[in-house]
Design a protein around this ligand. Sequence first.
Ligand SMILES: [Zn+2]
Length: 156
Amino acid sequence: MSERKVLNKYYPPDFDPSKIPRMKLPKNRQYTVRIMAPFNMKCKTCGEYIYKGKKFNARKEDAENEDYLGIRIYRFYIKCTRCLQEISFKTDPQNTDYEIEEGATRNFMALKLAQEQEKREEDAEKEEEATNPMKLLENRTQQSKQEIELMESLKS
Ligand SMILES: [Zn+2]
């Protein structure tokens, strides 16, 4: 422990900071900004749909060595609302749009698919409700059968 402390303070003449293993850190500075999702997307990790217009706290940075006719390109990082997987996208000045990079797929159908999924879940719930009385009846039948059997066994 004390040795490590010394190491932290003493830099030998041939000290090369690039040789120290460290976590990969972004070179340029990042800012936290409040943004809205610029398009519908689907998380690659958990399949969650993220709708255009959903608000996020994002980290914003300059996309290094990238520009379009001298227009700076910005990259944003957000986290999936369900699984917290990082998703990144950047501005696309050429098409006055945004481009998905990592963590999600851009999905024009996201809203429609989400509505369909919601409907399927609703239907499944309704079906379960519909089948529950049957299950209840089944359980009752089984119970009566057992009662009869019990009575029969008591008689003999
Ligand atoms: Zn996710």
